[in-house]
Design a binder for this molecule. Sequence first.
Ligand SMILES: Cc1cc2nc3c(=O)[nH]c(=O)nc-3n(C[C@H](O)[C@H](O)[C@H](O)COP(=O)(O)OP(=O)(O)OC[C@H]3O[C@@H](n4cnc5c(N)ncnc54)[C@H](O)[C@@H]3O)c2cc1C
Length: 492
Amino acid sequence: MTADGAVMTGPCCEKDGSSRPLSVVVLGSGAAAMAAVIAATERGAQVHVVERATVGGTCVNVGCVPSKHLVRSAQLQHWCDEHVEISDGCRCDGVPNAHKLHASRQALVERLRWQKYESVLDENPHVTVWHGEASFEDSRTVRVRSLAAQATQTETLLHFDRCLIAVGAEPYIPPIDGLASVPFWTSTEALASDTVPHRLGVVGSSAVALELAQAYARLGSRVTIFARRGLCTRTDPLVGETLMQALLDDDRIRIHCGALVESVQCEDGVFKVTLTTSQAVFMTDALLVASGRRPSTAALNMAAAGVSWHAASGQIPVDTHMRTNVPHIYAAGDCAQMPQLVYVAAAAGTRAAINMTGGEACLDLSLVPWVIFCEPQVAAVGLTEAEAQARGLRTETRTLPITSVPRCIVHGEKFGFLKLVAETPSMRIVGAQAVAAEASDMISTVAVAMRGHLTVADLSGMLLPYLTASEAVKLVAQSFTRDVHQLSCCAG
Ligand SMILES: Cc1cc2nc3c(=O)[nH]c(=O)nc-3n(C[C@H](O)[C@H](O)[C@H](O)COP(=O)(O)OP(=O)(O)OC[C@H]3O[C@@H](n4cnc5c(N)ncnc54)[C@H](O)[C@@H]3O)c2cc1C
């Protein structure tokens, strides 16, 4: 058995006892698919990958990689603007060159796509890649239609012993009057742009919406966010309040909460956005729609294979082994019923491959830390205080302002906190939420502690290095029993 609970078996072959390798068809070539391809071929399967667009899927091409590059570029620009005395010495002229930023973002995408996806597929003798759109013919066959752009149109039928659906998700476009006839951006266009609009309207308050909104503001746009409700409404209310304060500290950002966009028009390159709620009208030079992502399952003809899906969300329900309702067809990643995060997709892909090839591996989603890469970052893991109480747990919590964390003080951070939720009387940690420049590191530390079932006392007594973000975890644990303001400098 492996560390992640997988029972490994020998090389796989079909159940008829023949020595032919198991034939696995993988739909998609993103994070879930790639993890599955690697695990399935290691375990002896012959794999056919079907991809209708660019190999690599969302994360490397139009998701995590280019968005974090943009966020980082914008942070550096902001840092130069805020620290002129140092940045002058660093040859920062104060004007971002959007064209150069775009070129360097693209170069990174191409390099990582080759390293992590294309070369891995090319060099594996047990993998065949088919470029085209997949749809089910029946429960044992996938049809691949070659792409319209290809010179000769072909159709190929692939028969499989096992199939993994890993087709990901695409931007959800809300039903707003006029939207379909204007040249709005999704995150894909926002990341492909080599210009910075003077004014940018952002519809939505998803992680993607907030990250791109702040990045564009820091590169010079005047940004207006239209948020249906508030910010980060699914976690502790203090998170949304604190992030709101931090974002609004930049006078290039405006946020309209409770804003329902009624209609959009575009004339001579200027967008006119009308809100239902107040009938207010906003003019903007570009419009980003980032209201979440919907599984790309529409083209798959899943009914032909008997695979069930949720009509409303488009998601494919799977069990903890990534099995759909059809025993030899699996699903993983953004198209399946699981959080739309790349590390979840990859973990699900690996486990699906193990299970498809005769092993036994289950995906435990009880602890999924998540991060929004704004500045300050937002991150959380486990239960909020309200969620814990709704489950009947008795809780004790502490909230440590970042002004009590040495690293945050030295870095001059203005907004943020770390909140720890413990269940009583055991004082086991059941959740944490953070807003801080390095909230992701604080929450990763808490996630490891929760996996080890640690208590507040365990965390209080740990040696965590002085002037790290993780030190905040120890400090907030100590604040359950002591006034942290009275502690010595490095909180022994
Ligand atoms: C802007 C942005 C930023 C993000 N940032 C982060 C982040 O910081 N951290 C994080 O954890 N997650 C982030 N995500 C989410 C993350 O990118 C996804 O969760 C992850 O990439 C999903 O992987 P996947 O394998 O399920 O699907 P994908 O990577 O989307 O792959 C699916 C593939 O299937 C192909 N396909 C679809 N239909 C068919 C068909 N019928 N036939 C053949 N091929 C088909 C698609 O073309 C695609 O290549 C971000 C997403 C976006 C959009």
